[in-house]
Design a protein around this ligand. Structure first.
Ligand SMILES: NC(=O)C1=CN([C@@H]2O[C@H](COP(=O)(O)OP(=O)(O)OC[C@H]3O[C@@H](n4cnc5c(N)ncnc54)[C@H](OP(=O)(O)O)[C@@H]3O)[C@@H](O)[C@H]2O)C=CC1
Ligand SMILES: CC(C)(CO)C(=O)C(=O)O
Length: 334
């Protein structure tokens, strides 16, 4: 099986290292700049284990910044930040044939979210993610399989990746279940590579549940610079998060994605991560664009179309967007 990982950062690097160690697939990667140069000169370095017993392995990996060098693949794993998707859409064509599966391994609401979701009105659109249909045209819905990655990895420098915690990857067809040959093949591949794969009945429900937990803590950490524990320790902030989550749950109920949990119970799940820096805080500190549209903008798109009032989420978006704009990390004109 020919597998190409598009975006060799924390998640892409973890997947690449595990797949390379197993050696069952013909693996390659799209990388750029100093990451590409490091891969060519030294290979991919992968660090695993607690800091005092960390093991480092090195893997040679075929990599290029030009998809035409790698050709049509059986599976392309998208592990860029969602903000890079327009660029990916413009360049990915040489990797895709009619039978290529696109494995979407990113946080937030994806561009294909409504495809296959039972009972979703056709008219629902994700204007903040794919305003003119460019992503849908370049990354066809019918070729996508979804994942939710319940694990954590860190990009320590170009071509150097560390597995931090967790090992769980949920997989599912946008139309529901995992019974298709492509889904079974991907589950087998990731299981062989050492991940705890879990079949999803409805992958959009798993995406929504993760989003419910991270759509507030991510932007709040980006604005305040605080770690997760300090955010949850502040009663006013935690209550604000809960109010956003109740609004988000009402939106979910309108599109068939019901969440039967109390926000306080979900906060306890996040609390178990301790004094962690969210991915959005890491991006702000690294001066990178933030995934605000996939996490919050898309939620607002849906809320407005299904007529659910979401004043707290609007406030969260407004303040987060303004903060990111002042830092040059969010477009001025969207
Ligand atoms: N890290 C984590 O623990 C988790 C992350 N996620 C999600 O997974 C997704 C990936 O995140 P993560 O791995 O952390 O992100 P990283 O920033 O670590 O990695 C993204 C990689 O994509 C590369 N890239 C960006 N733009 C392009 C482009 N246009 N062409 C080619 N390569 C590009 C980056 O290269 P460059 O350095 O050159 O910009 C970088 O190597 C995100 O949606 C994130 O929210 C989900 C769960 C956990
Ligand atoms: C908050 C966390 C760690 C998990 O919910 C996450 O998804 C992120 O940092 O982006």
């Amino acid at each position: 099986m020919k597998v190409c990982i598009y975006g060799l950062g924390a998640i892409g690097g973890l997947l690449a290292a595990r797949l390379a160690a197993r050696g069952e697939v013909q693996l390659s990667a799209i990388a750029r700049g100093t990451t590409l140069q490091t891969l060519r000169d030294h290979g991919l370095s992968f660090i695993e284990g607690p800091p005092d017993q960390a093991q480092q392995q090195r893997y040679d990996l075929r990599a290029s910044d030009n998809p035409a060098d790698l050709g049509v693949q059986d599976v392309v794993i998208l592990s860029v930040k969602t903000t890079a998707l327009p660029d990916v859409a413009a360049r990915i064509a040489p990797l895709l044939g009619p039978d290529t599966t696109i494995l979407s391994a990113m946080n937030g609401v994806p561009w294909w979210f409504f495809h296959g979701l039972p009972g979703t009105p056709e008219r629902l659109q994700l204007k903040s993610l794919d305003p003119d249909g460019t992503l849908a045209a370049a990354l066809p819905y019918s070729q996508v399989v979804g994942t939710v990655t319940h694990l954590s990895a860190a990009n320590m420098g170009p071509g150097v990746v560390r597995h931090v915690a967790g090992n769980r990857i949920i997989i599912g067809e946008p139309g529901g279940g995992t019974s298709t040959a492509r889904c079974q093949a991907i589950m087998h591949m990731l299981q062989s590579a050492g991940f705890d794969t879990e079949p999803s009945k409805q992958i959009q429900a798993d995406i929504w549940y993760k989003l419910w937990g991270n759509m507030t803590v991510n932007p709040i950490s980006a604005i305040t610079g605080a770690t997760g524990d300090r955010i949850l320790d502040d009663d006013y902030v935690r209550d604000f998060m809960s109010r956003c989550m109740l609004e988000a749950a009402a939106v979910g109920a309108r599109i068939g994605l019901r969440i039967d949990q109390d926000p306080e119970d979900r906060h306890q799940v996040t609390r178990q991560l301790g004094a962690f820096r969210t991915s959005m805080l890491q991006d702000v500190q690294a001066g990178k664009s933030i995934e605000l549209d996939a996490l919050v903008g898309a939620m607002l798109d849906i809320a407005h179309q299904v007529n659910v009032s979401v004043p707290n989420i609007e406030t969260l978006m407004g303040i987060s967007r303004l903060h990111a704009r002042t830092l040059g990390l969010y477009p001025l004109d969207s």
